[in-house]
Structures are given as structure tokens and as C-alpha cells.
Design a protein around this ligand. Structure first.
Ligand SMILES: *Cc1c(COP(=O)(O)O)cnc(C)c1O
Length: 455
């Protein structure tokens, strides 16, 4: 009965630096291209959207970048986050595997996203930015950035995908409580939004469209407003590495080292945040942890998409990057894991997958809820639908270990709780939830419209 389940760090153990995988990555970085000229972007082009400090981080090859004191102070509201051994889940599965999870759901916004939101708001404030614009799918990113802008006294405009705006009023109210302005995208506030609405007045939106609107507002604000992105970019992934740096110390406290590290992937940031410090140990310290990125079969970006140059948004205004993509025109099926519906993938995660350093699997929606309910009933916390994807593969690994009679140490990122996603659980419990497999023909069609890049 004296078995330990929580491995806690002291506040003084909070990481003082972020880790930049670019310093150690065996794959060279690919250029970021201007959406009009298709030439590599200049810092001047990026500086319309981002403050210079974040642009420097984006292209940095330094291994470690200091976390400003002001950011550390806010991190301390909930960090270091717990590492938990899921002993009750292990027992329920009757597996010899040891299952650990890093609980990022304890942040005020309920997910890992404040780790970068706080940093981005800080660097914008320091550069004199007055307001930020952004998009949000399920509302997780919008609520994290609302929290951050509130702390640093910045105004915020959030373009929220219309279907989520309608399905998830509580996330909207949370953002408004922190003081942000929320618009259901497509809106009539932007040229691009008006164009979409003219063609299809009932359009329920997509992350790609909402990004286009938020980018357009920042780009036409004459320097008053900057744009902020919650995933995909190098600096965002770097800010999330506090997760993995803490987890390395905590696995040490537990006296174990993971054989497998698992995270769900939308744009790739929570996965990278946990996995990149472990990848460094693989590359430099002789460790051999298997890194597994989990995506939905409804948006199979890595497992079925192309690895190629594509636009970051639907309107072709955002930079072109080399990534796994389903095509910038991709409109995803309405799965409940709103945070996993983006058409692309972080270039860093894409390149490392392509080179074989990261594995990817796709799982079906109903099986993820089955896993989430098992987790809720054993460990108590109701997971976000995104997180449920990581739990599905964790359980599959634990059952595989059982079948093979192996003691396997599994670590996954508990990226967020599902307290605002209970309508999704209701649909699962009353059996109205559907599985989606995105058709191959639709992907082939969407990939016909890629930018013509000569490199
Ligand atoms: C946004 C979100 C994700 C997906 O985004 P990544 O950038 O891939 O991490 C996953 N889980 C939760 C809880 C989220 O809010």
C-alpha cells in the first residue's frame, strides 16, 4: 500500500531554460518560404506578424534559451506539473507495463497551451505590441492566450472556428472572463472571411480559415497588432519543452526510464514538448526511447498526408513550410478532438518523422473515447478528446506488453482535461459518436493544389 504514485518536483526545480532540438537534430532545417514570391522569407516579412525576439527563437540553433524571470513567475502558478504513475489503470489492464503520465491539465486553462501563451505574450509586451490576434479551434488555445494577455495587459482578438463557437459556449465565456474579444469565424470583419461567406453563408469554418482571418487583421493593422500561433512553429515547440525537461527529472525520481514516449498531435507542440528532451537523450546520451505521435484517422496528416511544401493557412497568406500536410484546402470531418484537426504538422516533427526518429499512428474516434472512459474510471480525471488519442495508444502498448509478457515503461502526455468537452462524452455514452476515416481520394484531390516550389 505504500507504493508511490506521484513524483513531484519542488518549485525551485522549475526549468530555467527551454530546449531547442534544432541544435542537435540530425536533419537540416528546411527554409520557410514567402507565400507570394516562394522565396525564403526575410525577418522583415515575419516581423509584420511576430516580435523580433520570437523570430530569433524561430531560427535559433542555440541548444538552450533562457526563460525570462517574469515567465518563470507565472509558470510557478501551476508548474512543475505532476508526474503520475497510473497504477489503477495498470491493475485494470492487468499489465506488467508501468504507465506514467505527465499531467499538463493542471494549468489554469486546463492544458499545456499556457506554456507558450505566457512566453509569447511576454515577448510581445516587451516589444511594445498593443494587441494580439489569433485563431482557436476547440477554444483551448484561445483560453490559454486570453489568460496570458490578461496577465501582460494586452488586448486580444480571437477568431474561433464557427462550429466550436456554437458547440462550446463555455470556452468562449472563459476567454471573455479573461477579457478577450471572440468572433465566430468566418466573420465579416476580414476580406477573406467576407469572401468565404459570400460563397457559402453556412460555412462552419476551419482552423485554416480562422488563421487566415487572424493573420489578415494583424498584417493590415500597421504594426499595432501582432499574430500569435499556438502550435506548429519552432518557437512554440521549444516553449513546450519545459514538459519533457521536468519529466526527465521525475522519471529519475521514480527510478525508471521510459521505453515509449507517447503524445497526441494536432500541430505537434505537446508531443514535441514532452518528446524532444527524450530525443536529445536518444541522440546524445545513448538512450533508446521510442517516440510515438498519435493522430486521428479523420485527419491523418503524418500517416496519409504528403511530406512537402504547403501553405500554413487556407487563404495562402501564411508562410509556406515543408511539412506533412493534407492540403491547405482540407476541411476536416467534425470530430470532437478540435485541437487535432489542422491540415498540417510542425515542420520539426514532420522532418524527424520522415527521418525515422519519430513513429506515427492514427486511431479512430470511438476507440479513443473508450480509452478515455477507462482512464476516467481508474485514474479519475476526464481527459480532453485530444488527450484520449494518446491514452488509446498507451493502453494498446500496455496490452501488447501483457501479451508479450514484457515489463515496458510507458510515458504519455496528459495534454488536457475534458471538462469543457462533456457533450462529446454524452455522444459517446449514448452511442451516437461516429468513426471517420478520411478518404484517400479526398486527400489526393486536396494535394493537387500545392504551391509550385522550385528548390
Ligand atoms: C491543442 C491541444 C492539443 C493539440 O495541439 P498540439 O499542438 O499538437 O499539442 C492536444 N491536446 C490538448 C488538450 C489541446 O488543447
Amino acid at each position: 500500500m505504500s507504493e508511490q504514485t506521484r513524483f513531484n518536483l519542488r518549485q525551485t526545480d522549475l526549468p530555467k531554460q527551454w530546449y531547442n532540438i534544432n541544435a542537435d537534430s540530425p536533419v537540416p532545417p528546411t527554409p520557410v518560404l514567402h507565400p507570394g514570391t516562394m522565396e525564403p522569407v526575410t525577418p522583415e516579412f515575419l516581423s509584420v506578424l511576430f516580435p523580433m525576439e520570437l523570430i530569433m527563437q524561430e531560427v535559433s540553433s542555440e541548444a538552450y534559451i533562457d526563460i525570462p524571470e517574469e515567465v518563470q513567475e507565472i509558470y510557478k502558478l501551476w508548474r512543475p506539473t505532476p508526474l503520475v504513475r497510473a497504477r489503477r489503470l495498470e491493475k485494470a489492464l492487468d499489465t506488467p507495463a508501468h504507465i506514467y503520465y505527465k499531467n499538463e491539465s493542471v494549468s489554469p486553462a486546463g492544458s499545456h497551451k499556457p506554456n507558450t501563451a505566457i512566453a509569447q505574450a511576454f515577448f510581445n509586451k516587451a516589444a511594445g505590441t498593443k494587441a494580439l490576434t489569433t485563431e482557436t479551434g476547440a477554444g483551448q488555445w484561445g483560453s490559454a492566450l486570453s489568460l496570458a494577455c490578461n496577465f501582460f495587459d494586452l488586448d486580444l482578438e480571437v477568431y474561433m472556428v464557427k462550429v466550436s463557437y456554437q458547440q462550446k459556449p463555455y470556452r468562449r465565456i472563459m476567454m471573455q472572463t479573461y477579457g478577450a474579444d471572440i468572433y465566430a469565424s468566418p466573420t465579416d470583419r476580414t476580406q477573406f472571411g467576407r469572401m468565404i461567406l459570400e460563397k457559402d453563408p453556412d460555412c462552419t469554418g476551419s482552423l485554416g480559415i480562422a488563421i487566415s482571418e487572424a493573420v489578415e487583421v494583424a498584417a493590415t493593422s500597421e504594426g499595432q497588432k501582432k499574430y500569435s500561433l499556438g502550435s506548429v512553429l519552432n518557437h512554440v515547440l521549444m516553449h513546450q519543452t519545459v514538459i519533457g525537461e521536468e519529466a526527465l527529472k521525475q522519471m529519475d525520481l521514480a527510478g525508471e526510464y521510459p521505453d515509449v514516449v507517447i503524445g497526441c498531435v494536432g500541430g505537434g507542440s505537446n508531443f514535441a514538448g514532452l518528446a524532444f528532451p527524450f530525443l536529445r537523450q536518444n541522440l546524445k546520451d545513448g538512450q533508446r526511447a521510442r517516440l510515438v505521435a498519435v493522430e486521428p484517422t479523420a485527419t491523418p496528416t503524418i500517416t496519409k498526408g504528403a511530406y512537402t511544401f504547403d501553405y500554413g493557412d487556407t487563404a495562402k497568406m501564411a508562410p509556406i513550410v515543408k511539412m506533412h500536410t493534407l492540403g491547405h484546402g482540407f476541411i476536416p470531418p467534425a470530430i470532437h478532438a478540435g485541437g487535432l484537426r489542422y491540415h498540417g504538422m510542425a515542420p520539426l516533427v514532420s522532418a524527424l518523422c520522415d527521418a525515422g526518429h519519430i513513429d506515427a499512428v492514427a486511431v479512430k474516434q470511438r476507440s479513443t473515447f473508450e480509452a478515455a472512459v477507462k482512464f476516467a474510471k481508474t485514474e479519475g480525471i476526464i481527459p480532453a478528446p485530444e488527450t484520449a488519442h494518446a491514452i488509446r495508444v498507451t493502453i494498446d502498448e500496455a496490452l501488447d506488453a501483457k501479451e508479450k509478457g514484457e515489463k515496458r515503461v510507458i510515458l504519455f502526455n496528459f495534454s488536457g482535461h475534458g471538462h469543457f468537452d462533456l457533450a462529446a462524452y454524452e455522444a459517446y455514452l449514448n452511442s451516437s459518436l461516429q468513426d471517420y476515416e478520411y478518404p484517400k481520394e479526398a486527400i489526393e484531390e486536396a494535394l493537387k493544389d500545392l504551391p509550385q516550389v522550385n528548390l
